[in-house]
Design a protein around this ligand. Structure first.
Ligand SMILES: [Zn+2]
Length: 659
């Protein structure tokens, strides 16, 4: 297994994420996930302020430790000595740090709540909603940057369902964890807060959300349609769009002409009907609740405590409140993403590391290309566009263009008031979005969170994004040749997974430029569908925590896991062949590959959280992502001596290869 020199550069030393030896008592062929991870699982503690803990969180913690150490150091220095971006972070952090200043936060918060009392008309309601969207407070609608489906090189605003207070429709229907109890507790929570601030009927919002949940759920699952500002105004004519868009930040002469991606038709229909039969006091309370859900943790007692008791303890099973430093860090990483990324890049990512990762990712892309060439079930016609799509992948690897077209000045920030700072910093992100909406031909901004421990594929732009956080140990072993079994099993399979999203059940119909243009021949589609049906069956027939996994909702992720691992394994085998690596040495690299893959999914979850995820997550549970996937590969059988009597054994003729 790989080793990595502990990194002593920077201000605080962080310990390497630990990878214990496999558990000899468990046969790899019976439960590979546990064979690799049992020792880790029995030693790992879920932090009391969380409901799950996995390798992603281990790396996130390290990154946070590094960055927090850096922030705590800069706040000790005279602010004028700091570069601009550090002044902003320091001001933000300090404003939320001291409890004796909480009065300022509460005053601002109370002002926000009472502001809604002046609303009288549907115009006022939509203006308030537009303002919330602008300031990043989750409300009924959300506006993000999307693509013009008729011309994907164009950036357009995408309108989608925003959020309701509870995590998922099942909580409103009483079928989620906690049964009907969750909704009742939500109502009690709202009533307590309403009483504290003297707002009657705040508890009613629980019923309002419950009645809206089904429409919301429908609206959040619809395929996007292209329209224009004017089109929205015609179709949903009771919604005063002008009030909404002007509060969001667009002029009335601008928004009507815009192309807009509509992702939530049913939800807009519902909104339209609600604004026709307007009950302003309900809307006022609803907006108050949205502010409460978002800003509650920053408001002094009893609000922060009530918020914690309901959202964290009751719904997620957390036992201890998150520390103020941790909370502030999370807030900075969402409201000041570009700035924190600049800071992270400067303190934690070297140019040579970035270069090696680019090389690594390119190798996997080449393998994906070769793999398609070798497929026996795909016609030459389908293959050629599939290969073109891989060739045209747009890569963003630990991007250095961060902060482009993003502006914020420390002068607009408050020294004492974190609520003001959260809102003003999120607003700066919206202002940047508006800049891109006004310049639709520009290349979209780079993804800001380069400290993120994740990776992404975007089908409308055919873009592959590999942030810096995912390029660290144990996903990638920088002490070795970049092309090693270890790094390919970890980061390599993740890169492969993201590439595969270009060809999953949804992505496969988008052409290399992001146009929806199904190009597969009927015969190829038949073969593809046969494979995906086998994947649906494989997962759908497997139980986890006593409940069946949903084979359909997890399908695209399972396709990506299976195909991603095969692409990454191909990269390794090509490397081993090319360098004439055979015998024990070859076996070790292949072992490392599968071990590292299993390590990259290790997660410990509280039961409540596991069930919650079975309802809400498009990803299958981690143990299945390992066991059901590795057992499709002959190399796994060879290096771990898996036999027909072992639980994970799959008859060769029943194994699924998709790419
Ligand atoms: Zn995925």
């Amino acid at each position: 297994m790989g080793t990595r020199k502990s990194n002593s550069r920077g201000l605080n030393k962080t310990r390497k994420v630990f990878v214990p030896r496999p558990t000899e008592k468990i046969k790899p062929g019976n439960d590979f996930y546990m064979y690799i991870n049992k020792k880790w699982l029995s030693g790992a503690n879920i932090p009391p302020s969380d409901s799950s803990f996995g390798v992603g969180e281990e790396v996130e913690n390290q990154i946070r430790e590094r960055l927090l150490g850096h922030i705590k150091n800069i706040i000790k220095q005279p602010i004028n000595n700091l570069p601009q971006h550090e002044q902003i972070v320091a001001t933000f952090f300090k404003s939320g740090l001291y409890s004796n200043r909480h009065k300022d936060h509460e005053r601002t918060f109370k002002g926000i709540l009472s502001g809604y009392s002046c609303m009288k008309t549907a115009e006022d309601v939509m203006s308030a909603m537009g303002k919330l969207v602008r300031c990043g407070v989750p409300t009924h609608l959300s506006i993000t940057l999307g693509r013009n489906l008729n011309n994907p090189s164009q950036t357009v605003p995408a309108i989608s369902t925003g959020s309701l207070s509870l995590p998922d429709i099942s909580y409103y229907e009483g079928t989620g964890p906690g049964g009907s109890n969750a909704l009742e507790s939500f109502q009690t929570f709202l009533e307590s807060v309403g009483k504290h601030y003297d707002y009657k009927d705040m508890g009613r919002v629980a019923n309002l959300e419950s009645a809206a949940a089904e429409h919301y759920h429908m609206g959040s699952r619809e395929d996007p349609q292209m329209t224009t500002g004017k089109g929205l105004a015609t179709k949903y004519k009771h919604i005063p769009w002008n009030s909404f868009w002007t509060a969001y930040g667009l002029k009335d002469t601008e928004w009507k002409k815009l192309h807009i991606m509509n992702n939530c038709h049913s939800w807009l229909m519902w909104l339209n009907s609600q604004l026709k039969t307007l009950i302003v006091s309900d809307w006022a309370n609803w907006f108050r609740v949205q502010n409460l859900v978002y800003l509650g943790p920053y408001i002094p007692s009893p609000i922060d405590t009530l918020h914690f008791e309901f959202f964290d303890k009751k719904l997620r099973g957390d036992t201890v409140k998150m520390s103020q430093e941790h909370l502030l860090f999370n807030s900075i990483s969402s409201c000041l993403q570009p700035i924190l990324s600049i800071m992270y890049k400067k303190c934690c990512i070297s140019d040579s590391h970035q270069k090696s990762i680019r090389h690594f990712v390119n190798k996997i892309i080449v393998s994906a290309y070769n793999r398609i060439n070798k497929l026996d079930w795909m016609s030459e016609k389908t293959k050629s566009l599939t290969k073109e799509k891989i060739r045209k992948l747009r890569l963003e690897v630990i991007d250095s263009n961060i902060g482009k077209n993003y502006k914020i000045s420390v002068k607009v920030m408050s020294q004492l008031d974190i609520i003001h700072n959260i809102l003003i910093c999120s607003e700066a992100l919206t202002v940047r979005d508006i800049y891109y909406i006004r310049h639709p031909g520009l290349v979209t901004p780079p993804i800001d969170e380069i400290f993120e421990v994740n990776a992404h594929y975007y089908m409308y732009t055919n873009k592959l994004v590999i942030p810096g956080g995912i390029t660290l140990w144990p996903f990638y072993d920088s002490s070795k040749n970049p092309i090693s079994g270890w790094s390919l099993g970890g980061l390599g399979s993740i890169v492969g997974h993201e590439i595969l999203h270009a060809f999953d059940n949804e992505g496969k119909d988008f052409d290399p430029n992001g146009y929806f243009k199904p190009w597969w021949t009927n015969k190829d589609m038949e073969a593809y569908n046969k494979k995906i049906n086998a994947i649906i069956k494989l997962f759908g027939n497997t139980k986890y925590m006593g409940r069946f996994v949903n084979g359909k909702t997890t399908l695209s992720e399972n396709i990506a896991d299976l195909g991603g691992l095969s692409i990454s394994l191909e990269t390794l085998k090509q490397h081993l062949d090319k360098n004439n690596i055979s015998g024990e040495k070859r076996k070790k690299e292949l072992r490392d590959f599968f071990i590292s893959y299993a390590v990259s999914w290790r997660t410990k979850e509280k039961k409540q959280r596991s069930i919650y995820r079975l309802f809400t997550d498009v990803h299958a549970p981690a143990p299945l992502r390992v066991n059901l996937i590795v057992s499709q590969f002959q190399d796994f059988y060879d290096v771990f001596n898996v036999q027909p009597k072992d639980s994970l054994y799959v008859d060769p003729k029943n194994r699924i290869t998709i790419f």
